[in-house]
Design a protein around this ligand. Structure first.
Ligand code: GLU
Length: 506
């Protein structure tokens, strides 16, 4: 690698929510930059006003924040190469487009949208390129005088690249190796639009150059645009500074057939967006991983594993570990199948691995959403620790925890009533007596006393444990029942046994 400081960029167009693939692109850029002590730049590519969607930029910023992938330079953080929003850089681009015209690599085209539409209609497979450009209204067919007159009169026009008819070009992709193209297959892409805005193709090259980008990871869907970009780098005389490209493989549908789309998520019942996205134009709400209860650490971890591994069987990595271990050689060329069950597994592993203290704010939100207000912090930390290994998604904390804060409203009577006996009632009455006398209760001590009493009463302890659990929790779930009793405390445990007995024995 050269000794230039590594600079990568994520360059989204603000057209909607961020798909899994978009965040994975951010992540791989970020990992590569941080691994090499470089900078991560966020640039908003908003030159296509017709595709601009309100709220999308804010969404992108919030999403990066949620994931903890904080750009070193961005429209909000600023930076040496500001502005980072292409619409605010409009004045920069025309000069370069005109330079290309002067050099003969681009030309003015005056064709009206109606004329182009007619051509598309009348000529099968019409492309504005080497086959037809000589028959259209542009600076290649008009005289210099005519062109000057049209420009002076303010005639609407675009600037198009003049793609060579027959050239073979190639570049070395960091993931795919040598990639080559025949230039004649591409049309003469518009570089500068009639409204004076650059298209993506022109702006991406100029900004990557001016912002001194050295490497760029982007989705495979951008590969067909690469020849146009390569030529622009060359024509503008910047080829030696062209970033090294890495086109990331697609994220595939669970069955491996085709690219994972928003519709697949809706069809198969899982999110494909990082965070929920509400489209004001359509009123459609697309669910997100965050709202479903994924931890950002888990989300990043699962995205990293979609197309990369560290060469061992390890799958759980912190962001810091990913930075340390990331290597471009271990990024797969083939598409990665998305498996929602596996995604949930990552989340459950991360919930289990996280400190109660770091889970607390999220758990408080989950409980508050269901009307439970937590006042005792220490108690909450203890119960989080006790149940976290049973939670797959954050909302599971409600089911796993709510009984610590409110007495069961219902009991799983079907599991106790048919086998209930007077002897069992007597057992629990005696157990209340023991509990009441015990000074300092521990889970092990309680279990021992419970079992000893069961033996004395000649009832199998196993037949009493489930009812005891249902008395405290309401159902057949939760951690070790004596741990629950200890956390509930003596008075509350006694109260719950007494209350449940009324129902069980009636
Ligand atoms: N603006 C493009 C997008 O929306 C960026 C593609 C690139 O990274 O070159 O994805």
């Amino acid at each position: 690698m050269s000794d230039k400081k590594v600079r990568v960029r994520f360059a989204p167009s603000p057209t909607g929510g961020l798909h899994l693939g978009g965040v994975r692109t951010v992540l791989f850029n970020y990992l590569f930059a941080k691994k090499h002590g470089g900078d991560f730049v966020l640039r908003i590519e908003d030159t296509d006003q017709s595709r601009y969607v309100k709220g999308a930029e804010e969404y992108i910023l919030e999403c990066l924040e949620w994931c903890g992938l904080i750009p070193d330079e961005s429209p909000v953080a600023g930076g040496r190469y500001a502005p980072y929003r292409q619409s605010e850089r409009k004045a920069i681009y025309r000069e370069y487009a005109e330079r290309l015209v002067m050099q003969g690599h681009a030309y003015y085209a005056f064709d009206t949208p109606e004329e182009l539409e007619r051509n598309r209609h009348e000529i099968p497979n019409f492309q504005y390129g080497h086959a037809y450009r000589d028959t259209l209204r542009n600076s290649l067919t008009l005289t210099q005088h005519q062109v000057d007159q049209l420009l002076d009169a303010g005639e609407p026009h675009v600037i198009r690249i003049k793609m060579p008819e027959n050239e073979h070009i190639h570049f070395n992709d960091m993931i795919r190796g040598n990639v080559s193209f025949e230039t004649g297959q591409s049309d003469d892409k518009v570089l500068l639009k009639a409204d004076g805005m650059p298209t993506y193709h022109l702006a991406v090259v100029i900004d990557d150059y001016l912002m001194k980008i050295t490497h760029a990871f982007r989705g495979e869907e951008w590969l067909p645009s690469a020849p146009v970009h390569l030529l622009l780098w060359e024509y503008l005389g910047w080829k030696a500074d062209m970033p090294q490209w890495a086109h990331l493989p697609l994220i595939l549908k669970p069955d491996g057939h085709g690219k994972l789309s928003k519709r697949d998520g809706a069809r198969l019942g899982f999110p494909v967006y990082a965070m929920s996205w509400f489209d004001e134009r359509t009123g459609e709400l697309t669910p997100g991983f965050r709202e479903l209860g994924f931890l950002p650490e888990a989300f990043l971890n699962l995205l990293a594993m979609l197309g990369w591994n560290d060469g061992t069987d390890s799958e759980i990595f912190t962001l810091g570990e990913l930075v340390e271990k990331f290597s471009i050689e271990r990024v797969n060329k083939a598409g990665a199948k998305f498996d929602f069950e596996k995604a949930k597994w990552f989340n459950s592993e991360w919930i289990r691995k996280s400190e109660a203290r770091s889970l607390k704010p999220e758990v408080i939100k989950v409980l508050a959403g269901k009307g439970i207000v937590v006042t005792d912090d220490d108690f909450l930390l203890k119960v989080i620790d006790l149940v976290k290994e049973r939670c797959i998604l954050l909302p599971d904390f409600f089911h796993q925890l709510s009984y610590f804060f409110e007495q069961p409203k219902e009991y799983d009577l079907a599991s106790v009533k048919p086998k209930w006996t007077d002897a069992k009632t007597e057992f629990f009455i005696s157990f209340i007596g023991i509990l009441a006398k015990t000074e300092d209760i521990s889970a092990a001590g309680l279990e021992q006393a419970f079992k000893a009493l069961a033996e004395e009463k000649a009832i199998k302890a196993g037949e009493l444990m489930l009812p005891f659990r249902i008395m405290l929790v309401g159902g057949k779930f939760g951690p070790h029942v004596f741990d629950i009793a200890v956390l509930l405390g003596k008075a509350e445990t006694i109260e719950r046994i007494e209350k449940a007995l009324e129902t069980f024995k009636s």
